[in-house]
Design a protein around this ligand. Structure first.
Ligand code: ZN
Length: 269
């Protein structure tokens, strides 16, 4: 799956999940908390591909996500890729093949999604507003890069960085600490998980069972059989899947916001 589809699937899952929580469990969220959760989940759905490094020195290559903050994020991607490769070799068994890069290894596992979600929650709880600003800045940048890829490409990473910083500062100043903050960690974790599932249905093998050893392999790639899997970057993904995800997101957003709007104008349908 390509960057924009990953980001869109993160947004769709967060919005429909929030709708279900509100509809079935009366769990209401403020419009700001909803927007933040959606952006963070969209950004989180790009995070695992931060293991696809480009050429830092030439400012080229890398996944969508690695180009968000120009050479800075390309450098981070380089580090994440090397660390992932290190973990691959440290835990590989006799039948795991040799690899020259760490793409689709550590960051595409369940322990990674849990670690990132838990780490984010811990940072927010311990350092409060300052951690929230930093995390939101990073995640909103990723979300912008994924959801508005053409705009981000045209605007360039400096503008994306400035917009993310502005949005993060505004949010941290207005988001209540008690209910808003815990959602951030959850949104990052859910986003990462959605990414892994997205890769699995587009023929890309993902080591989702790691670290469970199977037949002397620790990094068994799991994916849908070719006959039913989507082709990454193919027409089906770009037209059908993206349209469906957009429709789901819009319907869920309308379902979430409509009741309070109707109430405001004293309309009862
Ligand atoms: Zn991926």
């Amino acid at each position: 799956m390509m960057g924009p589809s990953h980001a869109l699937s993160g947004a769709a899952v967060w919005l429909s999940g929030s709708w279900a929580l509100q509809h079935f469990y009366d769990y209401e969220q403020s419009p700001l908390a909803l927007a933040v959760g959606t952006a963070v989940c969209a950004g989180g759905a790009l995070l695992p591909d931060l293991d696809l490094s480009g050429k830092v020195t030439r400012n080229q290559g890398g996944a969508t996500v690695a180009r968000t903050f120009g050479v800075f994020s390309l450098f981070v991607a380089e580090v994440v890729e090397k660390v992932s490769l290190g973990v691959y070799y440290a835990t590989k068994l006799s039948r795991d093949p040799k690899r020259s890069n760490g793409h689709r290894t550590l960051t595409h596992t369940i322990p990674f999604t849990v670690l990132v979600g838990w780490g984010t929650t811990t940072l927010c709880a311990r350092y409060g507003k300052w951690a929230v600003i930093g995390i939101l800045f990073f995640m909103i940048g990723l979300a912008l890069r994924g959801l508005f890829d053409e705009w981000a490409e045209r605007a360039g990473w400096v503008i994306v960085t400035l917009v993310s910083a502005g949005a993060a500062t505004f949010t941290a100043a207005n988001l209540p600490g008690d209910r808003g903050y815990p959602m951030i960690g959850l949104a990052v974790g859910v986003g990462c998980f959605v990414h892994i599932i997205g890769d699995m249905i587009t023929r890309a093998g993902v080591p989702i069972l790691w670290p469970i050893p199977i037949k002397r392999r620790m990094w068994t790639p799991i994916s849908l059989p070719d006959s039913i899997a989507l082709r990454a970057g193919g027409k089906t993904e770009i037209v059908v899947v993206r349209t469906a995800l957009t429709v789901v997101s819009v319907l869920a957003a309308v379902g979430l916001v409509a009741p309070s709007v109707l109430q405001k104008f004293n309309l009862d349908l």
